[in-house]
Design a protein around this ligand. Structure first.
Ligand code: 5GP
Ligand code: ZN
Length: 120
């Protein structure tokens, strides 16, 4: 999709530190890491989010791409957190489906920081 930064990374027209890739998925380091290891896994094909028309097969293969990426990043044994921000309330900022893989340090148990919701 035009004007989509992650489509650009998948196509190789936008620079990124690629961690791993295959025919259908690309994993790369997040440009603003929030943990010692912070990678993103995307399908090459553009889906807006998890709420788009995503098949069971794609979801399953994307989970396997996540475990593969964790192995390559060296956190498969130590553990990692997987986040898929979906839509406005989750703060999704790039409208191309992506999975965050965060690790390399011990994380707090609380996963969510709520903020005041602006009037809609
Ligand atoms: P979201 O907030 O949509 O769940 O996450 C988007 C993520 O993409 C953010 O963590 C942000 O740092 C990352 N990001 C945005 N633009 C780029 C880019 O051009 N390159 C890379 N590597 N990461 C990006
Ligand atoms: Zn895209």
């Amino acid at each position: 999709m035009e004007d989509c930064v992650f489509c650009g990374i998948a196509a190789g027209t936008m620079p990124a530190r690629i961690v791993w890739e295959d025919e259908d998925f690309v994993a790369f380091d997040d440009i603003h890491p929030q943990a010692p290891v912070h990678a993103l896994v995307i399908p090459r094909r553009h889906y807006r989010s998890l709420a788009d028309d995503v098949s069971e097969s794609l979801l399953g293969r994307m989970c396997l791409a996540v475990t593969k990426t964790a192995e390559v990043k060296g956190v498969a044994g130590s553990g990692y957190r997987v986040i898929v921000n979906t839509g406005r309330d989750a703060g999704q900022s790039v409208d191309h489906l992506h999975v965050h893989i965060l690790g390399g340090a011990r994380m707090s148990h609380g996963m969510v920081n709520l903020v005041e919701k602006p009037e809609e």
